[in-house]
Design a protein. Structure first.
Length: 133
């Protein structure tokens, strides 16, 4: 029975891996992402104060772009924006999140470090490695 459970878990992990791979675009699409982020922030009642591209990593399996963003708005608006990020079609990681102003105020400054994953490489080799279990 343990072997059957392991096979089921492996199949689940393979499906999850395939779903994540589908969420990784070939290019960073930074400009398009920031346009969509600004629209979503506005829809959530947030003001984007600043953003800065702070890192680009080229790994053997993929590339990633880190962007720091500062926003101002309500706690509810920020929660809505985090939900928007979670539901995005593209894989986006919230690496850091901080409230950087007085919690007694109805509007807060928020700081986010987002990582955009793109440019998946060697996916066939990675998939073959997982099949050898």
């Amino acid at each position: 029975e343990t072997e059957n459970q392991l096979r089921l878990e492996l199949e689940h992990l393979r499906r999850e891996n395939a779903e994540y791979q589908q969420r990784i675009p070939p290019q960073a699409g930074e400009h398009e992402f920031l346009q969509a982020f600004n629209r979503a922030a506005g829809d959530c009642g947030l003001e984007v104060l600043d953003y800065q591209r702070v890192g680009l990593d080229e790994l053997a399996t993929h590339s990633s772009l880190r962007i720091d963003i500062r926003c101002r708005g309500t706690h509810t608006g920020m929660c809505q924006l985090l939900q928007w990020l979670r539901d995005l079609e593209r894989l986006t990681i919230v690496e850091q999140f901080a409230v950087v102003s007085d919690m007694a105020s109805p509007r807060h400054d928020f700081s986010l470090s987002l990582v955009l994953i793109y440019g998946l490489r060697n996916t066939q080799a990675n998939n073959e490695e997982t099949h050898d279990v």
